[in-house]
Structure formats: C-alpha cells, structure tokens
Design a protein around this ligand. Structure first.
Ligand SMILES: [Ca+2]
Length: 188
C-alpha cells in the first residue's frame, strides 16, 4: 500500500505514465554484470522517486526490490547473464515476479514469471516433487536406512531451460514482445 505521507506530499503519486517511463528506462538498459545491473535499477528507482525496499527477504532470496504501488506490491527481480537466457538454479521463476533480464550483446528485456513458466508446467513440477518426496520418505523410513555414520539424503530442486534458440533465447523468442507488452499493460 502507498504510504499516506506520500500521497500528495513530497513524493508524487506513482501514476501509469511515470511507471511506463520507468519500465522503458529498464528495457533500454545496456548489459551489466549482476551486481552492477541490480545497483543501476536501484539508482533508477531513486531517480524516479519510486518507493522501494531492497531485498526484503534477504540477499539470497526473491525479490531484489519490493515496490508498493496502487497496482499492488510489485516484486522486481534483476537477472544478468552472458547467455541469452537467465539462470534460475533452485528457484523457478516466480509467477508474480517482474523480471528485468539483461544479457551480454542482447540488451535488456522485461517479463512476468508466469509468462515464461506456465501454470500447467508449475503444477506438473509440483506433482513430480510430491512423488519424489514420497519416494525419499519411503526409503528414509526403512530400518536399514539408518547406519552407524548417519548418512542421509535430500532432494534439491534445479531449474533450467534446454533446447535451441527458438525456445531458450529470450531476445529472439517469438513471445518476447508479447511478454514485454504484458508488463507495460499491467500498469494501465
Ligand atoms: Ca537477482
């Protein structure tokens, strides 16, 4: 929620026009490494006088910036890669995350997490994980699982994209412009 002190006070209300200007600035950002990319976005937030919290859940956790707006709490995540696709590692793209992805030689693109990883695929991942956890529990409950050295096991999620550029290049992908447009259209 917008703080009362910001309404008609020192900071003008963040309207659709300023939000679109801000997004355009992000979309035009040149490539930078992860730390620099993140810092630049923080500077632009300041420049536009946009209220935000940096890494509200800690440095290793989503999102990088939380922005309270009249469209809801925007969770902005900065991604940088030398490749044309970002690395997600153990955290799949968050459905409600607004991603600002910069790539060496490609520039920057914007997308919502749920535009690149569908709800159907998320459900499929969840079903698979439940089954895997079930298998693990079954084995862990076997009496012979216990040994004198305490060896145990845990599953770690790892998400990545494979395939040729038509699927994995975020800049030449057929849906790139739709994804960017969906970001802009949200702030109408
Ligand atoms: Ca990040």
């Amino acid at each position: 929620m917008m703080k009362l002190t910001n309404v008609g006070g020192v900071t003008p209300m963040l309207d659709g026009t300023r939000m679109k200007d801000f997004l355009t600035r992000l979309k035009n950002l040149p490539y930078a490494d992860g730390t620099t990319h993140e810092k630049r976005i923080g500077d632009i937030l300041d420049e536009y006088g946009i209220d935000h919290t940096y890494q509200p859940n800690g440095s290793q956790c989503f999102p990088d910036y939380e922005i309270p707006t009249r469209w809801g709490n925007i969770k902005l995540e900065c991604k940088s890669s030398k490749d044309a696709k970002p690395m997600y590692n153990s955290g799949r793209p968050h459905a409600d995350g607004l991603y600002v992805f910069t790539s060496k030689g490609n520039g920057t693109t914007l997308f919502w997490g749920d535009d690149i990883l569908t709800l159907d695929k998320r459900e499929l991942y969840d079903r698979m994980l439940l089954e895997m956890k079930d298998v693990l529990l079954r084995y862990q409950s076997l009496p012979e699982w216990q040994d004198d050295r305490g060896f145990d096991f845990y599953l770690r999620e790892m998400y990545y994209q494979k395939g040729k550029a038509d699927k994995t290049n975020y800049f030449t992908h057929k849906d790139r412009h739709t994804c960017e447009q969906n970001v802009f259209n949200f702030f109408k």
